[in-house]
Design a protein around this ligand. Structure first.
Ligand code: BGC
Length: 504
């Protein structure tokens, strides 16, 4: 039977370091799609070449290097703008079905605004990349916005804080559908609104660094949803018939494991999920903000003496515009936390954390990943998939990111092999035992990249990139445009090879 199989049993060497692991005997269905991913700002480099405009991440990192762990910037990254052919080779070598990449808005429209002609060199770059992938039978999955807002849009009107962004994004989306529609069947409008809004306009730890907890993040959320919805409708009306593609938004979520069976802890888990995935998922799949989010923010705002809720209302028309704008459901998932009921934080604390109002921690017995910022607990993957199935009426689900970083860059990366093995095993259980309609899985990342506020310190690639000459020089290195790698070492493809095999 033609199938892709999870090979825990047959690979002796794999068993040698995971002999206690549960063996999963299921096979991924024949039409299940497995892919790898990355995003423009994290790998392309060439930050100001061939007409590309400045982005909020260029400015954020370069104007105040101390905001990035290793004081680096995305100026060079993995130099994929010049070495994209190598990337395509790597993707091919991995034997995967799809490659998730993103388009840098500022390469198409340097200032973000639609102009008569998009930037020809930027367009050519993506056309070449997309055509090469397709020629090799690799399906591109293309994200229109993976956090790299053209700086001008931030300077002119505050970026995602202003409703002006909605039509400007829609124009850009239409241009991409027009330019690349023949090559792309899987479109992602926006990646991880929670990070864009909460980290970018709430806590300010991500670009553009706006600190406006409990206000900016919610304004941003509304504008992101409207921008996504407009782009979805444009595709639906103007391109779907001709190009026959699918469109979705990618939302990220941890799993929140209730600390006990007590109703208050169960509620805490549900509340945490509704404030993270639900804040974006509910308007798209069910219509309007989740009830618990609406109620809590309204109540806390009122108690603080505000006339209106900090969470901007969605009008009937807006609800209608956003609801149903999905052809499948996307989830980025890396980690789980334990949650329990908590005391009510003072209403003067407007942070998202206070609005959620749960106690949230990483249990000692769950191994740490991602340099300690997340805990590895694979059952969370299966539980989250089930929660998505039940909360959103059994949609088709695609995992658009999952992976484990460290800061050693070791090629003896059994911990990563184990991570993928266990997370994929839970995906299989979700499919076969729980009947979750999971049709695809995407590992993050194809190669080491520039990991936003952790710079080159977090290593998460299936292929190692030699950044030594760059990180050695720190910020100076990036100013000098030092080439960060020589050579790229194939190392990681064995993970997926070992975890599943396509039997043709
Ligand atoms: C983002 C990626 C990032 C990954 C690992 C996700 O939240 O979408 O851009 O590299 O996490 O940190």
């Amino acid at each position: 039977m033609a199938c892709k199989s999870v090979l825990f049993v047959t690979l002796g060497f794999l068993l040698s370091f995971c002999s206690t692991a549960k063996v999963n005997k299921h096979f991924f269905p024949q039409n299940f799609k497995i892919g790898v991913a990355n995003a423009a700002a994290q790998i392309e480099g060439a930050w100001n070449e061939d007409g590309k405009g400045e982005t909020i991440w260029d400015r954020f990192a370069m104007s105040r290097p101390e905001r990035i762990f290793d004081h680096s910037s995305p100026q060079v990254a993995a130099d994929s703008y010049h070495k994209w052919r190598e990337d395509v080779e790597m993707v091919k070598e991995m034997g995967v079905d799809h490659y998730r990449l993103s388009i840098a808005w500022a390469r198409i429209y340097p200032d973000g605004y639609k102009t008569e002609e998009p930037n020809a060199k930027g367009v050519a770059y993506y056309k070449n990349l997309l055509r090469s992938l397709r020629a090799l039978g690799i399906e591109p999955m293309v994200t229109l916005y993976h956090w790299d807002l053209p700086q001008k849009l931030q300077d002119d009107f505050g970026g995602w804080l202003s409703p002006k962004i909605v039509d400007i994004f829609a124009d850009y989306a239409r241009t991409c559908f027009e330019l690349f529609g023949d090559e792309v069947k899987w479109w992602i409008t926006i990646n991880e609104p929670k990070q864009i809004c909460e980290a970018g306009y709430g806590t300010g730890v991500f670009a553009p660094g706006i600190v406006s907890p409990g206000v900016g993040n919610y304004k941003c959320a509304k504008n992101v949803l409207l921008a996504h919805a407009k782009a979805y409708h444009i595709y639906d009306k103007e391109f779907r018939k001709k190009n026959q593609g699918k469109v979705a938004i990618v939302i990220d979520s941890n799993w929140s494991e209730p600390a006990s069976a007590k109703p208050e802890d169960q509620e805490a888990s549900e509340r945490a999920l509704q404030f993270t995935y639900g804040l974006y998922g509910n308007p798209v799949f069910n219509g309007d903000w989740p009830a618990v989010v609406k109620e809590r923010v309204a109540q806390r705002s009122k108690q603080a003496g505000l006339k209106e809720s900090r969470l901007p209302a969605l009008t009937k028309e807006e609800i209608k515009l956003i609801k149903g704008t999905h052809d499948f459901l996307c989830i980025n998932h890396y980690t789980s936390h334990m949650v329990s009921a908590w005391y009510e934080a003072p209403v003067t604390d407007t942070s998202l954390t206070a609005d959620i109002g749960v106690n949230d921690w990483m249990p000692k017995e769950w191994p740490r990943g991602g340099e300690g910022w997340f805990s590895v607990w694979a059952p969370g993957m299966r539980k989250l998939l089930n929660w998505l199935k039940n909360t959103y009426n059994n949609p088709e689900i695609v995992i658009t990111e999952n992976g484990l970083s460290d800061n050693t860059g070791t090629l003896e990366d059994d911990h990563r092999i184990n991570y993928y093995r266990d997370y994929l095993s839970n995906c299989l259980d979700a499919i076969y035992i729980d009947n979750v309609n999971l049709t695809g899985y995407t590992a993050w990342s194809i190669l080491d990249d520039w990991e936003w506020s952790t710079g080159y310190h977090s290593l998460i690639g299936m292929y190692k990139v030699d950044f030594n000459d760059l990180t050695g020089l720190g910020f100076l290195g990036s100013l000098l445009h030092t080439s960060p790698k020589s050579p790229r070492t194939a190392a990681w493809q064995k993970i997926l090879e070992n975890v599943y095999i396509k039997q043709k």
